[in-house]
Design a protein around this ligand. Structure first.
Ligand code: PLP
Length: 450
């Protein structure tokens, strides 16, 4: 792309964007996620989308929410429509400590809670206050695409730590910390999604939680624990949060997006006191204060509605959909392996050797099914032998049909690879290439695991 010359020798961008040369260096790290790039195609009605992670809100009590909004504006309009505290409304912060008690965080101090615009903003604030360009953030392999986008935008370097079916592997974590430090780089944070992982679908086991907390404390690596799906176990209550094992070593991020709804864009960070101070300052500088009307509506929902009953309704709806997906995978995709989630929205599929999820995607969309290629969930282009399937949104019937369509594409690709040889890439689960013990057809999803 040519740049046009200014008479004074000043560079003037290019034909598409005259301000191209004016952007800060970090702006060049902003990229559309692979998921967003897909949006226009996969939202066509004829396509079964197993790609997006939007919560399914069909069972939300909309009448009740409308009444609450009316009451709120009528009785407390002047407050609801005003700016609020940068740290967040104290009534909601109080309610949030109750919500966290379901995660084994007992007796949390509301003064250490910072309300944010979704947990996505908390991820950004944490990166802003801790990470200088080139600093290392450790993240599971694979990891949440939206977090990787934040880390990239803030010029962090991400090093992935291998996981298996029980979550992040303690020995691999110790080795990675050692290797990164030996290479002269500085580790600032480790980012962990302990429950019903996005995208891997696995949960960090109870046994490993204190071990991971202890390693990070000993090695002086701050944990950023991201837990938007924690309450959405199909049959089990949440395991105790990492924060409960290491109160001073963990910043816990929570969100109302999946246990209630993302529309109000309310999440939070629960941090050791000194970090909380910095988060408030950074948040005030970014947004002044979180939405007051959203905070009041959520506080009302938590106070006056059986919100936990609603969570249970969501749990069984997602369990039914997960069951439909795992059953269909067992029936139609015997050559693949996949993780068996016990909650949340996702399963992580390993393709037969030689197949490439990224290059296969256009053919899948042509066959009217969409997924997200595993490459979206790595910082460094790994993951082409994996794909993420989400079961949260389509009906069980559509999920089954989507998996059937996907199987025709996978089978056709496999035939080609068998005929013409592999692409040379191995689909075995070496370090950093996804869960090491994914449960595939051999351990086909027993109905009672869901
Ligand atoms: C693991 C994870 N963290 C954070 C978020 C962001 O959620 P929020 O809507 O609270 O910003 C998501 C959204 O999908 C997610 O999957």
């Amino acid at each position: 792309m040519s740049t046009s010359a200014h008479p004074d020798g000043i560079q003037q961008g290019n034909r598409l964007d005259p301000w191209f040369d004016a952007y800060a260096e970090r702006a060049h790290n902003l990229r559309a996620s692979e998921i967003r790039a897909l949006f226009s195609v996969v939202s066509r009605p004829e396509v079964v989308s197993l790609a997006g992670g939007m919560p399914n809100l069909k069972d939300l009590p909309l009448d009740r929410l409308a009444e609450s909004a009316k009451r709120l504006i009528t009785a407390h309009g002047a407050q609801a429509m005003q700016y609020g505290s940068g740290q967040g409304w104290e009534v909601l912060r109080d309610r949030i400590t109750e919500v966290m008690s379901y995660d084994g965080i007992i007796g949390a101090d509301p003064d250490d809670v910072v309300v944010t615009t979704g947990s996505q903003q908390a991820l950004d604030l944490m990166t802003e206050i801790f990470v200088d360009p080139g600093d290392v953030i450790l993240a599971e392999a694979p990891s949440y695409v939206g977090a990787l986008g934040v880390f990239r935008a803030r010029q962090a370097d991400v090093v992935h730590v291998p996981m298996d079916a029980d979550g992040i592997i303690p020995e691999a974590l110790e080795q990675t910390i050692h290797d990164v430090r030996a290479s002269g780089r500085t580790i600032k944070l480790i980012y962990i999604i302990p429950n019903y992982h996005n995208p891997a679908g696995v949960t960090l086991s109870l046994e490993r939680r204190p071990i991971i907390a202890e390693i990070c404390m000993r090695e002086h690596v701050l944990i950023m624990e991201d837990n938007p799906y924690g309450l959405l176990g199909f049959h089990n209550d949440p395991l105790p949060a990492l924060k409960s094992f290491s109160p001073e070593g963990v910043v816990y991020l929570g969100s109302f997006s999946k246990m209630f709804a993302p529309g109000f864009r309310i999440g939070w960070a629960y941090a050791p006191h000194a970090i909380r101070d910095k988060l408030v300052l950074a948040s005030e500088s970014a947004i002044l204060s979180p939405s007051m009307v959203g905070q009041m509506a959520i506080a009302d929902y938590l106070s006056d509605y059986d919100w936990y009953g609603q969570v249970k309704a969501f749990r069984s709806m997602y369990a039914e959909r997960a069951h439909a997906m795992l059953t269909a995978l067992g029936e139609f995709m015997p050559d693949c392996r996949w993780t068996v989630p016990e909650g949340g929205f996702y399963t992580w599929v390993t393709l037969p050797e030689g197949l490439d999820a990224k290059s296969m995607l256009p053919r899948a969309v042509k066959a009217r099914v969409a997924y997200v290629s595993g490459t979206a969930f790595y910082y460094d282009g790994q993951g082409a032998d994996h794909l993420r399937l989400s079961f949260c949104y389509p009906t069980p019937e559509d999920i089954r049909e989507g998996v059937r369509r996907l199987s025709t594409v996978v089978n056709a690709e496999k035939e080609l690879v068998d005929m013409f040889g592999t692409s040379g890439r191995s689909a075995d689960d070496g370090p950093g290439v996804g869960p090491r013990r994914p449960i595939g057809p051999a351990g086909a999803p027993a109905p009672d695991t869901l």
